[in-house]
Design a protein around this ligand. Structure first.
Ligand code: TGC
Ligand code: FAD
Length: 388
């Protein structure tokens, strides 16, 4: 009999990883098993983000992990992808926290900030002492951020910011908000600090998705911000879109973890569950469903790995990221829903992981560009015609 394959890694993607990447995956995976899985179901039930896990994530080097210097780990992008995958195997809320901190807050400071801004903010952010949020979406401008109304007007050496942002991950717990606003010279990014006069946040309640994550609205009422808090090295929509490219890259990896968690659960459940005098997994239809999930996870893993090769070689096109985010989130949400069904009535409680992942993925398929937006990006590439 040939060797037994790993059901969550049927094509042995692990063997294609470097030694450092294998170590990163193992250590984050072990931490998720020991520290996240025992508490995350209850955190989701209670609509709470487990704040006490932030210092532990920082100790593991998970914030700004691909940044060189500034007390960051300087790991490969593949390692960043694996971090996202392992965190999301625990819960999309944890991966969201890390995505926002790393790709949407630390990355723009690193890529577009002054040296002073980098020295001031990146080290404490890598230690999890400063929590960031990223304000792009507005109540009337989600898929179309170019139509944002939030604006910043120059006043001497300062800027006066007015407007609001909606659906902002980490908003109410953030010490620093990266806020994108219209100016006379196009869209620019501003570092808005907690406590600045006229800056307020409001927690969004009653979410049925990403319950173990903080989502908020941000309000700016004549907030006076010094020019030293403006990101000096980027103007226009390409600033926030570059941050999104990095975060979407991570999200192409993350939901593989959600799907793996759901598949493992139903592999175990269908072995134990006896119906019509035999284990559920002795039925052909059940095996066909399990095999099909494994096929879809494997193709998503290969897509993510190729994406990371393109990213490591600095040859990644935004359309490729769009296709990977679309495919891999769609793969995971479909698998989570099927796993929920295969658990029968037991699948409707958070005693089992499938419904939590299924509900979380409803946010993941919407944020960072909805599925439709990513399909239209690919469509534009194929036809040369903008259908937005
Ligand atoms: P378009 O004309 O295509 O481009 C405008 C400028 O941006 C450049 N660009 C990019 N640059 C870097 N990376 C990318 N991915 C880029 N895509 C475009 C482009 O070259 C151009 O530069 P320039 O110099 O010529 O001006 O822009 P468009 O208005 O046609 O955009 C179209 C569209 C729909 C794709 C874009 O607006 C879009 O992506 N919309 C979706 C918005 C979105 O994803 N929002 C996400 C908010 S953040 C969030 O959800 C966080 S969730 C966090 C969590 O909890 O994990
Ligand atoms: P809309 O843009 O109003 O879209 C509504 C529907 O119309 C969607 O189905 C969309 O696909 C479809 N649609 C849009 N345009 C077209 C078109 N041209 N053709 C056909 N269909 C179209 N934003 C941030 O800035 N920072 C954050 O940290 C952040 N965190 C989030 C956390 C959560 C939990 C959620 C749910 C959202 C978060 N967002 C964040 C916002 C997120 O990016 C937006 O919700 C998303 O971009 C979609 O925007 P919208 O909600 O305004 O939907």
């Amino acid at each position: 009999m040939s060797k037994k394959l790993n059901p969550l890694d049927l094509f042995d993607i692990n063997a294609l990883l470097g030694e450092e990447e294998q170590m990163v995956q193992q250590s984050v995976g072990r931490w998720v098993d020991e520290r996240v899985l025992p508490v995350i179901g209850e955190a989701f039930d209670n609509h709470e983000f487990p704040m006490d896990l932030i210092p532990e994530m920082a100790d593991l080097g998970l914030f700004g992990s691909s940044i060189q210097g500034y007390d960051c780990a300087g790991l490969s992008y593949t390692s960043y992808g694996l971090i996202c995958q392992e965190l999301e195997r625990g819960d999309s809320g944890l991966r969201s926290f890390a995505s926002v901190q790393s790709s949407l807050c630390m990355f723009p400071i690193y890529a577009f900030g002054s040296e002073e801004q980098k020295q001031k903010w990146l080290p404490p952010m890598s230690r999890g002492e400063v929590i960031g949020c990223f304000g792009l979406t507005e109540p009337h401008a989600g898929s179309d951020p170019a139509s944002m109304k939030t604006h910043a007007k120059k006043d001497g050496d300062d800027w006066i910011i007015n407007g609001s942002k909606m659906w902002i991950t980490n908003g109410s717990i953030a010490d620093l908000a990266i806020v994108w606003a219209q100016t006379d010279e196009g869209i620019q990014g501003f570092l808005i600090e907690k406590g600045m006069k006229g800056f307020d946040t409001e927690l969004i309640k009653r979410k049925m998705s990403l319950r173990a994550s903080v989502t908020s609205a941000l309000f700016f009422d004549n907030v006076r911000v010094p020019d030293a808090n403006r990101l000096p090295n980027v103007k226009g929509l390409k600033g926030p879109l570059s941050c999104l490219s990095n975060a979407r890259y991570g999200i192409s990896w993350g939901p593989i973890g959600s799907a793996q968690a759901c598949l493992q659960e139903v592999i175990d459940y269908t072995e134990e569950r006896v119906l019509f005098g035999r284990s559920l997994n002795e039925n052909q239809i059940i095996q066909q469903k399990l095999a099909d999930m494994s096929r879809r996870i494997t193709t998503a893993q290969l897509l993510a790995l190729r994406l990371s090769q393109l990213k490591e070689s600095d040859d990644l096109h935004p359309t490729q990221i769009s296709m990977a985010k679309w495919n891999n989130v769609r793969m995971a949400i479909d698998i989570a829903r099927e796993c929920r069904d295969m658990l029968g009535g037991a699948g409707i409680t958070t005693e089992h992981v499938a419904i939590r992942h299924m509900l979380n993925l409803e946010s993941v398929i919407t944020y960072e560009g909805t599925e439709t937006i990513h399909q239209l990006v690919v469509g534009r590439e194929l036809t040369g015609k903008n259908a937005f």
